[in-house]
Design a protein around this ligand. Structure first.
Ligand code: HEM
Length: 121
């Protein structure tokens, strides 16, 4: 009987360790889900650009590609469809407020874009 206990105790200990580490993994897995962020991001330094100044951000010659929608300026540089600086007949560096409404995807593509600033007069 004693011999048996000697054998089963380490087994129980191993099972407990595995169970504890699995519980830890489960907790880790749930954490990022609560942080899921589908909203737009903002950078710490926000630009204030006139529509004329915005034109420089056309995605060409190393310039980032920015577009304005309802007074907010978004960075589209990392969107593959914008890499040439032109998408759906629209130029980066322009105000797409009126055009975006008529695009098949509507304003949904603004989700997840980084806000880099606002349009000023
Ligand atoms: C914030 C600005 C925009 C972003 C980030 C964006 C992004 C995208 C993406 C990712 C697609 C791929 C297909 C999809 O997932 O639906 C797409 C497709 C398309 N977009 Fe846009 N879009 C923007 C603005 C516009 C505007 C202003 C127009 C036109 C008025 C336009 C017209 C189209 C059209 C016609 C397609 C389908 C054909 C294609 O892929 O070129 N988009 N857009």
């Amino acid at each position: 009987m004693r011999k048996r206990m000697k054998k089963t105790l380490p087994v129980i200990a191993v099972v407990l360790i595995i169970a504890a580490s699995l519980a830890g993994c489960t907790a880790d897995n749930t954490a990022p889900q609560t942080q899921t962020n589908t909203e737009t991001e903002t950078t710490s330094e926000q630009l204030s650009l006139t529509l004329d100044e915005l034109k420089a951000y056309n995605g060409k010659d190393g310039m980032p590609a920015y577009v304005a929608y309802e007074g907010t300026i978004y960075d589209v540089s990392d969107i593959p469809q914008w890499t040439t600086g032109i998408h759906g007949g629209n130029m980066a560096g322009s105000d797409i407020t009126e055009k975006l409404g008529s695009a098949a995807h509507g304003t949904s593509k603004l989700d997840g874009l980084t806000v880099v600033g606002k349009v000023v007069d």
